[in-house]
Design a protein around this ligand. Sequence first.
Ligand code: SF4
Ligand code: SF4
Length: 314
Amino acid sequence: MEKKETSRRDFLITGLLASVAAAGCTAKSPFTPEADQNVMPSGEKVKLLSVDGEIIEVDKAFLKPIPETHHVSNAEARKGIAGKKFVMVIDLSRCKNLKKCQEACNHAHFVPDAQNWIKVHPMQDAEHTAPYWQPTTCMHCDEPPCVKVCPVDATFKRQDGIVLIDSDRCIGCRFCMAGCPYSTRVFNWEEPTLPKEIAHQHYSCETSVPQKKGTVGKCDFCPDMVRKGELPHCVSACPNGVFFFGDMNEDSVTNGSETFRFSDLIRDKAGYRLMEDLGTKPSVYYLPPVNRNFKFEEGVKSEEELKKEKIKNN
Ligand code: SF4
Ligand code: SF4
């Protein structure tokens, strides 16, 4: 497997720095001198909210203004980005069930408390094989059964392959939930608890925020981040580099610090997709859980789960 010499790290660091001004930073902090050799720390610290909901301190010199992005209408959001075909690769050999992906996703999309759009399942292929963790997202199928059964065109596939939901159109019939073989969709039975400023926002297909009672939600591949040239929140948040994201047309995927030719990665590491025989043609590929050098630890809990347990027990 050939690692691309022209890493996208610089590009991604620029993007990550931009996002910090808006929403915090990632678990792999770029705020170190080696992140940008030309910037000298000023010694002045600024407090920011990370994607995990933690307060972090960074040197002011490493902040950069967010580039102006124009408002994306729902009509534009439905079209997607021309010339792109987005793809995700999940390396099962690296997953330790830290659930940082899930936390970042929930935080960014204000996913209701009882739900998760990213799930991490304990898996074991046979009695004598080692168990492993398998994160699942929406598979952003090229032949999505969910889209075919939606009676009101509320769920749709864009030209860049991303499958989204327009909550303004969704009538909550849940045909799509029945149609999805990956059980990735969740139904909003309750009005989600949202901060005031979010609750009053107009719904956007690009951010999937705010979610509404009586509609369906799911992983959206963070198209708003992708449009800005940044990585989906789960990719940036994973400290083990489990998630790779990229463009199939460019034949390139990255987890933010490593970049691979997509076709080489899938060929050399025997990548596969879930339930390929169904003909859904998922855009999410998995690398098998081989050569792991850490133990499978049952019951590892995320900080969010521990917080919820604490509240419950008090
Ligand atoms: S629940 Fe909403 S998105 Fe799903 S099939 Fe019904 S109308 Fe379409
Ligand atoms: S995984 Fe399910 S919800 Fe996602 S595109 Fe495929 S069928 Fe639709």
